[in-house]
Each structure stands twice: as structure tokens, then as C-alpha cells.
Design a protein around this ligand. Structure first.
Ligand code: T46
Length: 141
């Protein structure tokens, strides 16, 4: 079931300012330490997803904080804090979800031309990943 409120720990909604210019499109703004509760050190985007087969994520981070946006299309975000799990639909370009520490996350059910944008509190570091769900459950307790 896809829910509309966030129940897991270390998450939350981040709504950023969006300016609609009628037929000239929309402009959304994400400001470090203003819209996002950390200093942004890294930005990455994910595209070319295939609806039927792509599943991304399937890990948690020990320390990294991120906000994930769906800037085009839609997808389903699965969140699990070790005690509570839920699924959320992301389909508004100016509404992001905080992926805090120790939050197992998966992304799937991508619409056509879906594009994800992520802002992160630190540089890429494979040592910060927990990629085994069993290890995650032990550490999350
Ligand atoms: C999340 C989603 C949306 C790098 O070299 N640098 C980077 O900054 C990143 C994010 C990845 N990589 C390499 C590491 C792996 O060899 O790219 C490969 C795939 O990375 P990852 O397993 O992190 O990809 P996703 O899409 O499953 O997950 C990433 C984030 O890690 C994750 O926290 O929310 O994007």
C-alpha cells in the first residue's frame, strides 16, 4: 500500500519553492542549509530507468544524509528503519523525501522518462553503505 504520511524514523518531507511561468515551464530551487538541513556536498541524478526491471537502492547509509526528488515522472520509494517500513509515491518535482541515517531505501515502479535528483551531505564513500539487509537489521536495533 502506498501511504501519504511518513511513519519511519530519520525521514520527512522537504518541500522547495517552485515558480510556475505558465507556458514557459517551472523553476524549482533547492538551497543548502535553507531548504535542506545540511550542507550539500554532492548532487547526482538518475535517468534512463526501465519501469519493469529497474530497482535501485536496496541499502542504507551509516552517516550520509540525503534528500531525494523525482524531478520528472514518478516512482515508488520504499523506506524501512528496521522497525517500520512503508512505501511512498514521489510524483511532484518540488517535494523531496529525507533519507536520513540508517534508513533502508529502495526505488522502483519508475514511470516513463522518470528522473531522480539527489542532494547529499557528503562525497561518495562505499564504506558508508550497508548493503546487506541482515546486517542493517542488526545495526538498526
Ligand atoms: C540513493 C539513490 C537514489 C559513485 O561512484 N558515486 C556516487 O555518488 C554514487 C551515488 C554512486 N557511485 C557508484 C557506486 C556504484 O558502483 O555507482 C554505482 C551505483 O551506486 P549505488 O549503489 O549507490 O546506486 P543506487 O542508485 O542504488 O543508490 C544511490 C544512492 O546510493 C542512494 O542512497 O538514494 O541513489
Amino acid at each position: 500500500m502506498i501511504e501519504s504520511t511518513i511513519r519511519v524514523k530519520n525521514s520527512g518531507l522537504v518541500r522547495v519553492k517552485m515558480i510556475r511561468d505558465d507556458r514557459d515551464g517551472t523553476l524549482a530551487i533547492i538551497e543548502s542549509l535553507r531548504d535542506v538541513p545540511f550542507d550539500i556536498r554532492r548532487v547526482y541524478f538518475i535517468s534512463n530507468l526501465e519501469k519493469s526491471v529497474s530497482i535501485r537502492g536496496k541499502h542504507a547509509h551509516k552517516e550520509l544524509e540525503q534528500i531525494i526528488f523525482c524531478i520528472q515522472g514518478s516512482f515508488v520509494l520504499g523506506l524501512d528503519d528496521g522497525n517500520t517500513s512503508q512505501k511512498l509515491l514521489l510524483n511532484e518535482p518540488n517535494v523531496g523525501i529525507r533519507l536520513g541515517k540508517m534508513l533502508w531505501h529502495t526505488m522502483e515502479d519508475f514511470s516513463e522518462s522518470c528522473v531522480l535528483l539527489v542532494v547529499a551531505s557528503d562525497y561518495y564513500d562505499e564504506n558508508d553503505y550497508i548493503r546487506d539487509y541482515g546486517d542493517f537489521l542488526k545495526l538498526a536495533q
